[in-house]
Ligand binder design. Structure first.
Ligand code: ZN
Ligand code: ZN
Length: 360
């Protein structure tokens, strides 16, 4: 990622404003993705600490040299490896009133803070950064779009190179090699599921070999330059039955209906509902148990959430998946997943891999 300190600086300013709105004087940002989001620096041991007076980037001797060069918009401070112990010392001096902390803090970590500063001043502040991160800027969208293009290219090559009788593990291996050749990583454990195995939404690839008449479901994502992408395609292998095509087309129609609803101001749960109702009316309500979609960014699953319980409202700059499915034990499953960005008056699909049902 090209270093764009301006974007990181802006995020820090926006967060400070949100902290004031929430009545927070200080904040301990310890979640790795959040630390990167604010600083542009990723390591196994860094924090961004808002003391009310200063905004500090804390890290230990292993990372200090690189951090000092890269994080020019924050006060970089070298501390010992126990970041929370150091945080207590710093906060004791600065003495902010209410201090936000994040949910990734361990119980032990929280005890360290509470013992040093008193439990009462700490406030969970998980929602602030996740709400900010859900809305992507142009640079983020372009990184995610590039990753989705690469994702599609690798998927297409994997399909083209697949041979009859090849195992799920072997197909996945080819995908992993292709990712490595592109200096990219898996965004999550790639799912390659054949035949009846595709009825497990989170199938682990195994030794089952691809047979004529199978669904071949591949759910994969690229992680590169800190950002992720996500796509699922299901195709028929050899000649599949009319039932295979029929179920596929119900999922595709459900996805089209959901996509057509996407624009700013729409409750995420309504987008979930339109796909879910369509699948239910087709008689497969029981066969679609997972949520419709999720945000994608610095993490593969982040806000907003598209499911029946979500209170999120779609906004311009959200990047979300739309991935309905039908899973029939013993027969197989279909999932079709696109990644889209919410625009001013609708959405732009970052996914262009074909969706018409076909046997390959
Ligand atoms: Zn996926
Ligand atoms: Zn997904």
């Amino acid at each position: 990622m090209k270093s764009n300190i301006g974007a990181f600086h802006k995020r820090v300013s926006v967060l400070k404003r949100k902290m004031r709105d929430s009545g927070l004087d200080g904040m301990i940002v310890s979640d790795r993705a959040n630390v990167f989001y604010l600083s542009g620096f990723s390591s196994s041991n860094s924090m961004v600490l808002f003391t009310g007076k200063q905004t500090l980037f804390l890290t230990d001797f292993r990372y200090i040299e690189k951090a000092s060069q890269m994080v020019t918009h924050l006060e970089v401070m070298q501390v010992g490896q126990g970041l929370l112990t150091e945080t207590v010392k710093i906060l004791k001096k600065a003495a902010p009133g209410r201090i936000g902390f994040e949910p990734n803090l361990t119980y032990q970590g929280f005890q360290t803070l509470a013992k040093g500063l008193g439990v009462k001043r700490f406030v969970p502040s998980s929602g602030i950064l996740s709400t900010l991160r859900a809305v992507k800027d142009e640079d983020e969208i372009s990184l995610i779009a590039t990753n989705q293009k690469l994702n599609q290219r690798i998927w297409r090559k994997a399909i083209e190179a697949t041979k009859a009788g090849e195992s799920e593990l072997s197909i996945r291996r080819r995908i992993r090699i292709a990712l490595d050749e592109e200096d990219a990583e898996e965004a999550f454990g790639t799912i390659v599921a054949t035949g009846p195995n595709s009825s497990l939404p989170h199938a682990e690839p195994g030794t089952r070999k691809l047979r004529r008449g199978d669904y071949l479901l591949i759910d994969m994502g690229v992680r590169k330059a800190h950002y992720h992408s996500d796509m699922t395609r299901t195709v028929g292998w050899g000649t599949t039955s009319a039932r295979h095509a029929e179920i596929y087309n119900i999922v595709l129609e459900a996805q089209k209906k959901a996509l057509a609803m996407i624009k700013p101001g729409v409750p995420a749960r309504e987008v979930d509902a339109i796909a879910r109702n369509f699948i239910s009316e087709a008689g497969y309500g029981e066969a679609f148990q997972h949520g419709l979609g999720h945000g994608v960014g610095l993490e593969i699953h982040e806000g907003p959430t598209l499911n029946a319980r979500s209170n999120d409202i779609l906004a311009e700059g959200h990047v979300v998946t739309v991935e309905p499915g039908i899973y029939i034990p013993g027969f197989g499953g279909v999932r079709i997943e696109d990644l889209v960005v919410v625009t001013k008056d609708g959405y732009r699909n970052l996914t262009s891999a074909p969706k018409t049902y076909r046997d390959v």
